[in-house]
Design a protein around this ligand. Sequence first.
Ligand SMILES: *[C@@H]1O[C@H](CO)[C@@H](O)[C@H](O)[C@H]1NC(C)=O
Ligand SMILES: *[C@@H]1O[C@H](CO)[C@@H](O)[C@H](O)[C@H]1NC(C)=O
Ligand SMILES: *[C@@H]1O[C@H](CO)[C@@H](O)[C@H](O)[C@H]1NC(C)=O
Ligand SMILES: *[C@@H]1O[C@H](CO)[C@@H](O)[C@H](O)[C@H]1NC(C)=O
Ligand SMILES: *[C@@H]1O[C@H](CO)[C@@H](O)[C@H](O)[C@H]1NC(C)=O
Ligand SMILES: *[C@@H]1O[C@H](CO)[C@@H](O)[C@H](O)[C@H]1NC(C)=O
Ligand SMILES: *[C@@H]1O[C@H](CO)[C@@H](O)[C@H](O)[C@H]1NC(C)=O
Ligand SMILES: *[C@@H]1O[C@H](CO)[C@@H](O)[C@H](O)[C@H]1NC(C)=O
Ligand SMILES: *[C@@H]1O[C@H](CO)[C@@H](O)[C@H](O)[C@H]1NC(C)=O
Ligand SMILES: *[C@@H]1O[C@H](CO)[C@@H](O)[C@H](O)[C@H]1NC(C)=O
Length: 776
Amino acid sequence: MENNNKGLMLMVFSFFFCSMPTFSRQNYFTTIAPNQFMQYGDTLVSAAGMYEAGFFNFGDSQRQYFGIWYKKISPRTIVWVANRNTPVHNSAAMLKLNDQGSLVILDGSKGVIWSSNSTRIVVKSVVQLLDSGNLILKDANGSQNFLWESFDYPGNTFLPGMKLKSNLVTGPYRYLTSWRSPQDPAEGECSYRIDMPGFPQLVTAKGATVLYRGGSWNGFLFSSVSWHWQVTNKVMNFTVVFNDKEFSYEYQTVNKSIIARMILDPYGNSQRFLWSDSTQIWKAISSRPADQCDDYSLCGINSNCNINEFPVCECVEGFMPKFELQWESSDWSGGCLRRTKLNCLNGDGFLKYTNMKLPDTSSSYYNKSFSLEECKTMCLKNCSCTAYANSDIRDGGSGCLLWFNNIMDMRKHPDVGQDIYIRLASSELGYIKKLFRWKDRKEKEDTNLATIFDFSTINNATNNFSDTNKLGEGGFGPVYKGLMVDGQEIAVKRLSKTSGQGSEEFKNEVKLMATLQHRNLVKLLGCSIQQDEKLLIYEFMPNRSLDYFIFDTTLSKLLDWTKRLEIIDGISRGLLYLHQDSTLRIIHRDLKTSNILLDIDMIPKISDFGLARSFMGDQAEANTNRVMGTYGYMPPEYAVHGSFSIKSDVFSFGVVVLEIISGRKNRGFSDPQHHLNLLGHAWRLWIEQRPEELLADILYDNDISSKIIRFIHVGLLCVQQKPENRPNMSSVVFMLKGENLLPKPSKPGFYAGGDDTNSVGSPSIYEASMSFLEAR
Ligand SMILES: *[C@@H]1O[C@H](CO)[C@@H](O)[C@H](O)[C@H]1NC(C)=O
Ligand SMILES: *[C@@H]1O[C@H](CO)[C@@H](O)[C@H](O)[C@H]1NC(C)=O
Ligand SMILES: *[C@@H]1O[C@H](CO)[C@@H](O)[C@H](O)[C@H]1NC(C)=O
Ligand SMILES: *[C@@H]1O[C@H](CO)[C@@H](O)[C@H](O)[C@H]1NC(C)=O
Ligand SMILES: *[C@@H]1O[C@H](CO)[C@@H](O)[C@H](O)[C@H]1NC(C)=O
Ligand SMILES: *[C@@H]1O[C@H](CO)[C@@H](O)[C@H](O)[C@H]1NC(C)=O
Ligand SMILES: *[C@@H]1O[C@H](CO)[C@@H](O)[C@H](O)[C@H]1NC(C)=O
Ligand SMILES: *[C@@H]1O[C@H](CO)[C@@H](O)[C@H](O)[C@H]1NC(C)=O
Ligand SMILES: *[C@@H]1O[C@H](CO)[C@@H](O)[C@H](O)[C@H]1NC(C)=O
Ligand SMILES: *[C@@H]1O[C@H](CO)[C@@H](O)[C@H](O)[C@H]1NC(C)=O
């Protein structure tokens, strides 16, 4: 029984006594001879008492199966089932040898419901259960040749010493098949098998659809097995026999006292377990597929999957996405196409990729006697050959594997991996060499700067990301407060797990923030990347964000004019740093009041760099067909035409200035007389020479009033409709400080007054950062 609880056992037993024909004996067999039979309750035990076989059922189900399990392990772990598709219902099942020497299971009316179908007839045969878990039928004369063995008919469990054996000449091909469910051992849809076409490889499949590729045999292991684990925990070894007649695969535990098994679960996951004597549980040591990159062909053709990158899919160098837009939105199934056609006869070369899990070999050619050099020559001779590699990596490598046309399902190996050479036009190779040198340098710069935190540390620091720790919701996911073990307070931005969207933004933010340092920019402390969890860790800002104060009637009183002007000044300096003083030239693209955080001394810090773009050299303007940002802060040329530049940020800054001074939100504000938005309202008050009416209801004295008016003036200059009229940030900083005369502002963008021919309504009521595709 699967339960140790005595009461329950009693209940189950009495249930059987009532509903099944009674049996009066309970026998322990070590062998079964032709005159013997087994019934429910009888068991056949292996010599050293490792395994046990007999009839069993699941829970209180009345379906009876004949199966094998570990004698000493509880709860009962079934490793093989004879009549998996044909349970005996409601009657007394019986197992025996029939007159033809086959092992059969009979139901209550003596009908044969399962047979081993042994074909060799002998005078006297005998059934035995070996200590490997193999149930065998052999000649009683002492011959060591088995007439039949259960290891030839695997179910969902792969045991040490069992062989997945394919006879390449005559068949059959042996493989594991999943159960339908944990309570139903009938043959399920999933299989774990060696696929023979091309160069043999290990796959798990659901029906005919490949789910995961364990990869090809490299003379040592299947190529996707983690070598690191194998080397450091030497508990198993793997053996493959691969010749013209046979492919077989088996594994052994190195120490016989280790109990190991592998199962294929009903969903197609292959899982390895070791029995832990001390804790009395099965310890899962691996499960495949293990991550996104293990999903077969996730990235489409001619691509590479790298679980440590965002996004995980990238085109092989020299290739580009077939469908750019889908690719950008994380639908990589279209794969990649060659940028430059192969020359074929001469003028092609190869680019070496190291540490790879080799691509799908189901259409590959191989010859085990070629060297790598011969392999290359062979590939160059055939115009459709696109890649080559050694087929065996032992002793420095030998043998030849070739791929034709497109390659599929290649990934960066989790630890060691192999080398593969991918064919490219020579012109492409020259270009890539240069690119690599540049990337190499850049990669170093990027990764050296950001601290990587362990996910568990951050999980712990945020109380498992509890709701009570939640500070708010950002553009790409929630933000939490955390407390590190050393007492440091942190803010953690957790990018939404499921949407592939935001990955680019994550990578972008890490790269940019790691290189930026300024008193008016929020400081990134590090990041955490673990499978599909992406976290950004910032210094914690105890006074939240600016919008929290200025748009609240009570809290706004806490920010007097001196403080407000200091905050505006701080923001202008942060932005100036981004635009001009940092080594990169950065456009923030999502500057808004809610992205200005306040530290303990109310010093403003610009945050949220998910949409920021860096520019090289003198490039001052760019176009995008994916407009992202927040309505109310976007200038017209960006919202309408997708064109952005440093002057887009200047516009957003102007909006923030006017919001801080008026205590009103640009979006949602409508002046009572003219139905103008905040910018229009400020403009009208300005030209009507009563700008002081814009001021929030906070006391001020005359000393500061002229300064406030100057700030309004600068704000209006920043929100002018034409980007070329807006000042740059160095001028802004200068104007805020200076006493010299300022130019006259012209009308603002999105001015909805009567004389405006370019007026644009506000199309959304949503305040968070958003993106939409602009039809162009
Ligand atoms: C034995 O042969 C019968 C008849 O051909 C078939 O239905 C049955 O599935 C076979 N049993 C096994 C275990 O292969
Ligand atoms: C046992 O019988 C088999 C035939 O089933 C025969 O091949 C073998 O030689 C015999 N072995 C002995 C030891 O008699
Ligand atoms: C694997 O380990 C078993 C048990 O230690 C040993 O008998 C066998 O020779 C080993 N096989 C290989 C290929 O190392
Ligand atoms: C096998 O494992 C057992 C138990 O861990 C240990 O006592 C024994 O020394 C091991 N044997 C070998 C050959 O490593
Ligand atoms: C592999 O190459 C060797 C040496 O060139 C050749 O003799 C052999 O026929 C080739 N094998 C196959 C399967 O093509
Ligand atoms: C190139 O290889 C492909 C795939 O093996 C084969 O079908 C084709 O005939 C070869 N072409 C030449 C010119 O050898
Ligand atoms: C988790 O947090 C507690 C208290 O906050 C601390 O004692 C413990 O060391 C932390 N564990 C880890 C793994 O950070
Ligand atoms: C976090 O989750 C783990 C596992 O689910 C649990 O053991 C732990 O108590 C949780 N910690 C908190 C602070 O909720
Ligand atoms: C800012 O935060 C600090 C520390 O929490 C607090 O003492 C101070 O009162 C806050 N300032 C405002 C204006 O809320
Ligand atoms: C900013 O604008 C001023 C005035 O137009 C100009 O002199 C200055 O060169 C500009 N600075 C930059 C970095 O473009």
